[in-house]
Ligand binder design. Structure first.
Ligand code: SF4
Length: 639
């Protein structure tokens, strides 16, 4: 009997309509576990480096993990991987919610989608049965309507729908996927890959329980977590405020991305901060599968003008959205930001890329590189009155929105006139709402992450600088953060990229990749509010699967996720020259507490070299053959 995993990988070819199920066996699941690592294996094995990301040759892999569906807090997540239409390299995006566990309850560990349907379709999975169904009636409709229609069609409100929106249908390069309208596989354009395959959604319903080898210990952990989280102040605060409280915190530190990363401080930060939204618009908090923390926001606004109403079905903005479409676009209106969040949800876009692409265009407008003639009369000044219209034009690829739907990098290539220097991206993927000049680790992460401008790569610098984080009691469970076990016992400055800091970066990247492999929520495993330690994780993997895995084995599988991403990028022709940051990061930050701060280019380049050396990459950032063999990935090697 398989414990934890199902040993069922579903393969659906949309061109031939062939549906098959593969059973790779226990050794395979112990080697790859799931999530980004399992999906990264299939991507390397089956997708060519040359293929166009929006062509039928690309494949999209949706993967849960060996622990998904067990009642572990934070185990709600799943990964979606494909060649990215944004970066033209390794694309991977994780989301929480309920879809991942439901896929397991329906009998599958992962789904591989190949080819392209000849007309709009969606995939219907119910307890091991799979069907490709017509989606002509769903095409062009908002995500909320589609979720409702699919549930009505099957007469079951508990169906979990993973879908892209009209943005994905229109091949907006940063189109996303959503489940429950509130949880997002936001980064890397996975929604555009769905759209390119004429695939609107995967709807799933399952009733099969997950078998666990040592169920009593798993349930004991869950009970302990529920009780400990009630006592842990950090967890309680996080549940109450979510990530939205970061707006004013980062503003006071001078690292709130403002007006396209020109400044680190926004004069109206207090107007769009989480506490204000919570006081005025929050109607409830929600959660992901099996998580007692309930950090997800749900906001509502009812106006005399119905067009201004904000629909709670789309949740509420989290920090990344507030930063990207708020301060970074100079938008001071809380209602506009929340309405923008709703629109982005309806069109199925990545809120980070949407905000950073609009802020890029706003800076082009400010500098006179685009005018009303280019934009069809739409105003692109900071905090524009046309802000919501701009989002719609991107989702519909209409007018100048069609240019922006290509993302900052490609839009800057079209606009020209030196606009390239205002495109805030790494590997063509827009920066998240975190300012590298005040968090150099995050800058290094943007550059060397296989996905490009991704903020979920390693612990952010400020979590490593103060005494409290070095105090075992502060960590809730009495566990000591792994970096301390691995020999780094003193606080590290967020400014700078010392050798020691790069060593820590590498350690933490492996740990965070364990979370992306097991599809665990990082909010429950980081220092300021973490209750779940790496030892807990190792134990519950073994309790669920009946294995005897050591922590080292688990960490090595996390490392595999990054190496698989880098190997795929090398296959796509990436080199060290793709691992850069925009010039702006090496120029002084304007305004705020860190006014004048800039990254040091020589230190950054040196850090990259050390990173390559420690992680077993050649000078171009490609994994060395020895590293690939050490991780048991030699079948994927190429010269
Ligand atoms: S901490 Fe928040 S995001 Fe993470 S699993 Fe719990 S509810 Fe979901």
């Amino acid at each position: 009997m398989a414990y934890g995993f199902r040993d069922n990988i579903l393969r659906v070819n949309l061109t031939t309509r062939e549906i098959t199920v593969e059973h790779p066996g226990e050794a395979f699941f112990r080697k790859y576990l799931g999530g980004k690592t399992l999906a990264g294996y299939y991507l390397n094995k089956e997708v060519s480096g040359e293929c166009d990301a929006l062509s039928p040759e690309n494949k999209v892999i949706v993967s849960a993990s060996v622990i998904t569906g067990a009642p572990i807090p934070g185990s709600s997540r799943f990964s979606v991987c494909a060649k990215s239409p944004q970066t033209d390299g390794f694309g991977s995006s994780e989301a929480g919610g309920f879809f991942g566990p439901e896929l397991k309850f329906a009998g599958f560990d992962a789904v591989i989608i190949e080819g392209k349907a000849d007309k709009p379709c969606y995939l219907w999975i119910k307890d091991g049965e799979v069907e490709i169904r017509d989606a002509a009636h769903l095409w062009g409709r908002a995500t909320g309507e589609v979720q409702e229609a699919i549930r009505e069609e099957h007469g079951d409100k508990r169906i979990r729908v993973l879908q892209t929106g009209p943005g994905g249908e229109n091949l907006v390069r940063f189109a996303a996927l959503t489940n429950e309208l509130k949880h997002w596989n936001g980064r890397c354009g996975m929604g555009a890959v769905f759209g390119s395959k004429n695939l609107r959604a995967i709807a799933v319903r399952g009733t099969q329980k997950i078998e666990m080898k040592n169920q009593p210990d798993v349930l004991a952990f869950t009970k302990w977590f529920a009780e400990a989280s009630k006592k842990a102040e950090g967890v309680q605060e996080f549940g109450a405020a979510g990530t939205s409280s970061l707006v004013t915190i980062l503003d006071s530190m001078g690292i709130l991305p403002t007006r396209n990363f020109q400044s680190g401080s926004f004069e109206d930060a207090a107007k769009i901060c989480g506490s204000r939204i919570n006081e005025e618009l929050l109607i409830k908090r929600e959660s992901c599968y099996a998580c007692p923390v309930r950090c997800k926001r749900v906001v509502e606004y009812i106006s005399d003008d119905a067009a201004q109403n904000i629909d709670p079905a789309y949740g509420g903005p989290e920090y990344e959205t507030l930063g990207a479409i708020g301060s970074n676009c100079g938008v001071s209106s809380m209602i506009d930001v929340c309405k923008g969040n709703e629109l982005i949800g309806k069109y199925g876009l990545d809120s980070i890329a949407t905000g950073v692409t609009i802020s890029f265009a706003m800076e082009c407008w400010e500098k006179g590189l685009i005018t009303a003639e280019d934009t069809g009369g739409i105003d692109y000044s900071w905090g524009s009155k046309d802000f919501l219209k701009i989002i719609e034009s991107i989702g519909e690829r209409k007018g100048f929105g069609d240019v922006l739907a290509e993302g900052t990098y490609r839009a800057s290539q079209k606009i020209g006139k030196g606009s390239e220097k205002y495109a805030m991206h790494a590997k063509k993927m827009e920066f998240a709402a975190h300012e590298p000049r005040g968090k150099w680790n995050v800058g290094l992460g943007y550059a060397v992450s296989p996905q490009g401008g991704d903020h979920v790569v390693v612990e952010h610098d400020h979590c490593m600088m103060g005494e409290p984080n070095m105090d075992p009691d502060y960590l809730g469970a009495g566990d000591i953060y792994p970096m301390m076990k691995w020999g780094i016992r003193e606080p590290i400055d967020p400014i700078g990229l010392s050798h020691k800091k790069v060593v820590m970066f590498v350690m933490l990247q492996k740990m965070w990749a364990v979370c992306d492999t097991l599809d665990l929520c990082i909010f429950l495993t980081e220092p300021s509010r973490r209750l779940t330690s790496m030892e807990h994780i190792t134990k519950f993997v073994n309790d669920i699967c009946g294995w005897d895995m050591y922590l080292d084995e688990l960490i090595q599988i996390g490392e595999k996720a990054t190496v698989l991403g880098r190997l795929f990028n090398a296959k796509c022709g990436f080199g060290a020259e793709n691992e850069t940051l925009p010039d702006r990061m090496f120029e002084p930050l304007q305004g705020g507490a860190l006014e004048g701060m800039k990254m040091d280019r020589a230190e950054f380049e040196e850090a990259k070299k050390i990173y390559y050396d420690i992680t077993g990459m050649d000078r171009d950032g490609k994994p060395l053959y020895g590293k690939v063999c050490a991780l048991g990935l030699e079948e994927l090697w190429f010269e």
